[in-house]
Design a protein around this ligand. Structure first.
Ligand code: SAM
Length: 429
């Protein structure tokens, strides 16, 4: 978060997100009615939401936790300043009135992230922050809170760069990609936040003009379920709990939290557009179906087990959105036999040359049957367009954890290929 921006003196929240997602997250937050009147500033690795007064921060944090599909967490900065060593970090943490946050009967945990920090040990830095909180409480009450690394009442996050440290209270607790519906995962599931970033980068918002969405290699169903929740107006955080629900500064507004959740439930509606999904593996379609059930969108997704190379077009126009099987993580399966069993499917494409063949066949299937559709394909392989013998019209850099990927856009135009080359474009915000 910007420790020295012009607005840094104002009360603020910092919402970290995946690299490249910052403008999309800023755009998502600007569309939230509850954030009207705040200043929303994309920053490196996240977005800052500036409020006018500290009193506004708890309500803003509640709305951000409930509504953001792209943020990883919602962090409330409580101290920042320059530091050179762990003593400075201890002194920084002592500037906070911890008795407003935690009692000796509650628990805490300190995580540390660093970029170009001169510190020798981040564990020791975490220990000094913990000591500062415990010493402050002991001086105020005679007792110290204890540490709980699994489910702390107050999760703290210290971020240190070369010269500055920021100490945050993490109002989310568990990371926001954990929506509470994905129990069945499969082999290479996308994080929910990345699936949502793919949809956002494509500008797909579930509006009638966005049209149908299809993921023919759906795995655990992450992309289709995120899309269906958008199409049904379901807030991503509606099915989970947040750390702020146990925090003292939020107690006064907890009745409003119940109203905010009720209002979000009342907004849920029938799907505005159809969502289709499938996988060559029956096991995966079954997982995805069960996840969709838990996410409240089973009725909004048409699942079919089958080979993407043979999948009939479900509508005249629409958006294909997928992260296809790739290389060593998951080999493409199937030789075009719809409904192939997992075993016979596994005997099909196995990566390498066969993988390139899979993509060439996929593209030729799309060119024959999906003209008028737009395909968005996430891949770590820069050569994907040449393997597909398609020219991409856009290329958005996105990170799948530590793996740098591109989200390629292909406009499926009858008979011919687009000849215009794309250069990397930042996600539109
Ligand atoms: C990288 S995973 C997709 C992960 C998914 N996005 C998720 O979040 O769980 C690729 C999926 O493609 C499926 N697959 C492989 N070959 C296929 C084919 N020919 N047709 C349809 N699905 C296929 C695999 O079974 C696997 O579940």
């Amino acid at each position: 978060m910007p420790a020295r921006s012009e607005t840094a003196a104002l009360p603020a929240l910092f919402l970290p997100c995946g690299q490249g997602v910052e403008p999309l997250l800023a755009d998502e937050l600007k569309r939230l009615p509850a954030l009207a009147g705040t200043t929303i500033e994309p920053w490196r690795g996240g977005v800052v939401v500036h409020a006018d007064t500290v009193d506004q921060v708890p309500l803003l944090a509640m709305h951000c936790n409930l509504e953001s599909r792209l943020a990883q967490r919602v962090l409330w900065p409580v101290a920042f300043g320059e530091y050179r060593n762990e003593h400075d970090l201890y002194a920084l943490a002592r500037t906070v009135d911890w008795s407003a946050w935690i009692t000796p009967r509650e628990t805490l945990k300190v995580d540390v992230t660093a970029a170009r920090s001169p510190l020798q040990s981040l564990n020791f830095a975490a220990l000094r922050i913990k000591d500062a909180v415990c010493d402050a409480l002991r001086e105020a009450t005679g007792e110290r809170p204890s540490v709980d690394t699994r489910r702390p009442d107050i999760p703290l996050l210290l971020h240190v760069d070369a010269t500055d440290a920021t100490l945050y209270v993490d109002t989310s607790g568990e990371a926001l990609f954990k929506r509470g519906w994905r129990d069945d995962k499969g082999e290479a599931p996308l994080k929910e936040t990345l699936a949502a970033a793919m949809l956002a980068a494509a500008g797909w918002q579930g509006r009638a003009e966005d049209g149908a969405l299809l993921d023919p290699c759906c795995g655990a169903g992450t992309i289709a379920i995120e899309a269906a929740q958008i199409a049904c107006g379901i807030a991503p955080g509606l099915q989970r709990r947040f750390a702020f629900e146990r925090m003292a500064p939020f107690r006064a507004v907890l009745p409003q939290w119940q109203q905010i959740k009720q209002a979000a439930k009342a907004r849920v509606h029938a799907p505005t557009v159809p969502v289709f999904a499938g996988d060559v593996s029956f096991r995966m379609t079954d997982f995805a179906t069960r996840n969709a059930e838990r996410a409240g969108v089973r009725h909004a997704i048409d699942f079919k087990t089958g080979d993407a190379l043979q999948r009939p077009v479900p509508r005249e126009r629409g958006t294909l959105m997928l992260n296809p099987p790739y290389g060593e993580r998951i080999a493409p399966k199937g030789r075009g036999q719809a409904g192939a069993s997992d075993r016979s499917a596994r005997e099909g494409f196995e990566g390498g040359a066969e993988s390139a063949d899979f993509f060439a066949q996929l593209a030729s299937h799309w060119k024959k049957h999906y003209t008028g559709w737009t395909a968005w394909v996430l891949s770590p392989d820069a050569k994907l367009p040449s393997q597909m013998r398609l020219k991409e019209s856009r290329r958005v850099p996105l990170w799948n954890g530590p793996i740098e990927c591109r989200l390629f856009r292909f406009d499926l135009i009858a008979g011919s290929l687009r000849r215009t080359a794309a250069s990397d474009t930042p996600p539109a915000g």
